[in-house]
Design a binder for this molecule. Sequence first.
Ligand SMILES: Cc1ncc(C[n+]2csc(CCOP(=O)(O)OP(=O)(O)O)c2C)c(N)n1
Ligand SMILES: *[C@@H]1O[C@H](CO)[C@@H](O)[C@H](O)[C@H]1NC(C)=O
Ligand SMILES: *[C@@H]1O[C@H](CO)[C@@H](O)[C@H](O)[C@H]1NC(C)=O
Ligand SMILES: CC(=O)N[C@H]1CO[C@H](CO)[C@@H](O)[C@@H]1O
Ligand SMILES: [Mg+2]
Length: 685
Amino acid sequence: MSFVPSQFDDVSIATIRTLAADVVGKANSGHPGAPMGMAPVAHVLFSRFFNANPKDSKWFNRDRFVLSNGHACALQYILLHLMGYKLSMDDLKAFRQLDSLTPGHPEAGHTDGIEVTTGPLGQGFGNGVGLAIAQAHLAATYNKDGFDLINNYTYVFCGDGCLMEGVASEAASIAGHLQLGNLIVIYDDNHISIDGDTAVAFTENVGQRFLSYGWQVLTVDNGDSDLAGIYSSIAEARQEKNKPTIIKLKTTIGFGSKVQGTHGVHGSPLKADDIVSLKTKFGFPSDQSFHVPQETYFAYEEIAKRGAALQQQWNSALASYGQQYPKEYAELARRISGKLPEGWEKNLPVYKPTDAAQASRKLSEIVLTAITPSFPDLLGGSADLTGSNLTKVKGTVDFQPPSTGLGSYAGTYIRYGVREHGMGAIANGLAAYGGIVPFVATFLNFVSYAAGAVRLSALSGHRVIWVATHDSIGLGEDGPTHQPIETAIHFRATPNLAFWRPADGNETSAAYYVAVTSESTPSILSLSRQNLPNLAGSTIERAVRGGYVVQEESNEALTIVSSGSEVTIALDAAAKLGAEGIKTRVVSLPCWLVFDQQPEEYRLSVLRSGAPILSLEALSTAGWQKYSHEQYGLPGWGASGPYQKVYEKFGITGSNIAAVGKKVVEFYKQKGGEVVSPLVKAFTL
Ligand SMILES: Cc1ncc(C[n+]2csc(CCOP(=O)(O)OP(=O)(O)O)c2C)c(N)n1
Ligand SMILES: *[C@@H]1O[C@H](CO)[C@@H](O)[C@H](O)[C@H]1NC(C)=O
Ligand SMILES: *[C@@H]1O[C@H](CO)[C@@H](O)[C@H](O)[C@H]1NC(C)=O
Ligand SMILES: CC(=O)N[C@H]1CO[C@H](CO)[C@@H](O)[C@@H]1O
Ligand SMILES: [Mg+2]
């Protein structure tokens, strides 16, 4: 296979370059440099190799494309427009304007053809690794002799910035270990980032780094015009089935501009006279903006036709597969359609009040063990804490390259290594691929390491489930370095992220139920290391509302609202207060996001007016003001010691909370007047 030039190549590349200048110029905002520099590789990749059907952007076996250097999105929008995705010339003209389909960085679920949200550098690289894992996994699970149903590639563009970021290094390291031959990264090696020449901060040998990760490394010395060289490097990358490939593509940022090769063209529109000179240089009419020659549209229509034909062939292959392998077909078709396995939720365990106390991390393992056999979509993994966080269900096989003898690509358990941030970005890619429900595990404290990826799960609506164990000072001896204090409020403040802190077995099942059935919301399940008794009155049906009354009282003097491991302590305090004639209700509030979505009437019945509400959690009290009049929690960092001693040190015991509760009741009695629920407000957002 060698490069066959087309009469349309030069004009197409010039179209992309001049359009990039116009798109950014009209918005007077954006990044023209990388799109102009990467125009040739984009053209060669999409015109010669890329398999996708612009008229059906969700076709399952399409190649996946990720623009990890998301600031270069003018390039992606232009390509989508030329290929005939649902993105018009008017959309290009509305670049970076309010409510347009062409926002400042690519957003998944917003613009047709965008697979993952990018812009925070390095994330897209990690997503690409996740997409490639999903592809390899589904291929190993469903392909049969003569039926290569899942066989496509993930292509990632990235720049210097992405390769400086740790998240990309983590993902690259595991991609090399996993021998992901279907992953092809094209590195825009233009020697420029915002501060200028990369000589000021980035002088490592990137090629050697990736070689040592186990990647194939290819170099194209002239990415500005050597189309044949670009072509043969991509072709070579596709030939390598046992290693991911990175192509170091040397380009000139802002190619064609008067300021090409400088950081001046990274993130500022070209000056008007520069745009005129650029168009003249490429033989385009200098007095016209957004000019697309017919030849360019023609060349890109051919790409779309090829994609449509490929999908048609694939559909008939899928139909014959259905004849020969009806069972596999039914399952694959279900997964492609996004439906969950019929009746999976019937396997969620329930507990009696008399069942033994267990750690919620253990309860989580019991859930996973119960649901996994009839839930092939689950693709789990842990950042080197498998034994502690109890995420590997007995009998599951590791996802590993067969040559290692450690597992297979059909395996459903990923050994992420100690790479939380990479794991989070990879899980976003797994979710974005479709057909997979990823869960990932680490200590709650170290979910913060992955916060960059977690916020993108929430922004993009990826169903990623974090099994986050050791969730408070209750982890005890490991001490303040491992005790998450601020973590819950950080993630509770993140829009569209369900942070669950279940208090017992039924609540843990409820958390899993909501996490799995919330298609467009990631969840963090915050789980205890220490044993928790089952609460009389907790049921899945009640807990799925995010908050409910676990112990009712009429004409109460006090309500204690709590979550997770502290609900039992709240109940203990309530019993002590009750014995002194101070009637105390207890509310369990395992998930703020879900509780906030309940009807006002329900919320006001749970956290009602008439008596003060005291919150209790062995974490920072920040945010609890929304649900309570008074807050008890940790004033600062935790401490190292046996966990009961640590709880005592901070006064989180039944007797101290009873004393605090008494003080609260006294205070409000003295103060006089009506005690109104903190949920009663002039407005809510
Ligand atoms: C995590 C993160 N940090 C910082 C930024 C801000 N930023 C956007 S582009 C950029 C420089 C990127 O350089 P490079 O990838 O080489 O892009 P080029 O200048 O070649 O287009 C920076 C620092 C970001 N988008 N994401
Ligand atoms: C990608 O999928 C199409 C359609 O199934 C197929 O024809 C093509 O060969 C695939 N690409 C590779 C490299 O396997
Ligand atoms: C858990 O839920 C089941 C089913 O709703 C219920 O029968 C049981 O009593 C609940 N367990 C506890 C501890 O409340
Ligand atoms: C199912 C599973 O792998 N469970 C393991 C969890 O971790 C403990 C050690 O902490 C092992 O004993 C279990 O076998
Ligand atoms: Mg650069």
